[in-house]
Design a protein around this ligand. Structure first.
Ligand SMILES: Cc1ncc(COP(=O)(O)O)c(C=O)c1O
Length: 394
């Protein structure tokens, strides 16, 4: 009998072949350190290097009885301090209660799988984040994807399924992570009420940045208490880690009993609670930084638009530059890197096919000069393109 290839030989060969395939489609990702002016950070308020926050963490580590999570919150990982922090965060988010998860990804997965079952229905914005999509998939519920922010199609779907008995949830981001636009959450809430559905809003890119004192879009629009749940992540503007699912006290109890990503995961290190508390305290006071950040983003978006670039419908600190082809987006990113900007191309499947882009996420310390230099560098790149190369234009 001919000798079979060992598992290891075959396995490594298959992995290499798949990677080569990704490479051929310009879709192979790789890890690289950031250099130069950072245009792809979610540290919107630059709290990750704030001296007061660093001190809060140092103090918390020094005073901590232990610095490990030690077990799931349902076993040894619970402490009164977590409960206290959750109460404080619920007040920030405008809800009755909150439950802390180890990451936003885990929060969305845990929330959706705990709430939805096979006979239920989820209405999902076409541009929702992968963590929401994965949560819906894993829940087994039927999914109805409506085009991005399209209330007519959403209403059509809700009407069509109005007489079904299963639970219906509408799921949307508030600030969309790849577009930088904002969901019409008040109108979505009205539709939900009309057709007996609930609403989940993922505030990941709004937390700390949008709404009064950075409390998010649901607080801004006065609908936080009507939501089935809001998800606020701590790894972006709050420069920490983890995420809160915010809603009623009953939702919190339900999640403690059913959210598998909460139940079967080790608690975060206790000092992280102090980092989050410190960050929320600072973020609440940063109205000036928030206003400056939005003014810079508006200037960049309007400068790019008047230069003929497609920046979609950005109205926040996230400004996409939609280029179209993967190859062109990669070339633009490379050009900017050579000019001293840390910019990354975002390609399908993260964004819809044919809409490869650069995603500029601005932080409050970036200067007007740097933004002007960015616009000039992009113009230089476009001028050097062969005339046959298609770049999306408005
Ligand atoms: C909209 C949205 N939701 C959830 C997440 C996941 O959050 P985390 O990074 O804390 O896992 C992200 C992160 O990129 C996001 O953009």
């Amino acid at each position: 009998m001919a000798k079979l290839d060992s598992f290891q030989e075959r396995f490594q060969g298959e992995l290499q072949a798949e990677l080569r395939e990704l490479e051929a489609r310009e879709q192979r990702r790789s890890l690289a350190e950031i250099h130069g002016t950072n245009l792809c950070s979610n540290d919107y308020l630059e709290l990750s290097r704030h001296p007061a926050l660093k001190e809060a963490v140092e103090r918390a580590v020094r005073d901590a009885k232990h610095i490990g999570g030690t077990g799931s919150r349902l076993l040894s990982g619970h402490a009164a301090a977590w409960e206290q922090l959750e109460e404080e965060f619920a007040e920030f988010a405008g809800t009755e209660a909150a439950l802390y998860f180890g990451s936003g990804y885990l929060a969305n997965l845990g929330l959706l799988t705990a709430l939805q079952k096979k006979d239920d229905l989820v209405f999902s914005d076409a541009l929702n984040h992968a963590s929401l999509i994965d949560g819906m998939r894993l829940s087994g519920a039927r999914k109805i994807i409506y085009p991005h922010r399209d209330l007519n199609t959403l209403e059509g779907g809700l009407r069509k399924h109005a007489h079904e008995r299963g639970r219906k949830l509408i799921v949307t981001e508030s600030v969309f992570s790849m577009e930088g636009d904002i969901a019409p959450v008040t109108e979505i809430m009205k539709l939900a009420e009309r057709y007996g559905a609930g609403v989940i809003v993922d505030e990941a890119h709004a937390t700390g940045v949008q709404g009064p004192a950075g409390r998010g879009i649901a607080v801004r629009d006065g609908i936080a208490q009507q939501l089935a749940a809001a998800v606020h992540t701590c790894g972006k503007a709050l420069a920490s880690a983890g995420a809160f699912v915010c809603g009623s006290a009953a939702l919190k109890e339900h999640l403690i009993n059913h959210a598998r990503t909460f139940i079967f995961s080790t608690a975060m290190p206790p000092y992280m609670g102090e980092q989050i508390r410190g960050a929320v305290g600072l973020a609440r006071t940063m109205d000036r930084e928030r206003a400056g950040l939005m003014a810079k983003a508006r200037r960049l978006a309007s400068g790019l638009r008047s230069g003929g670039w497609d920046t979609g419908r950005s109205e926040t600190q996230i400004v996409p530059l939609i280029i179209g082809k993967n190859e062109a987006a990669l070339s633009a990113a490379e050009h900017l890197q050579l000019q001293g900007f840390a910019a990354r191309a975002v390609r399908p499947p993260t964004v819809p096919p044919g809409s490869a882009r650069l995603r500029f996420s601005l932080t409050c310390g970036i200067s007007d000069d740097e933004l002007l230099r960015l616009e000039n560098s992009l113009s230089n790149w476009r001028e050097k393109l062969p005339s046959s190369a298609a770049v999306a234009r408005v």
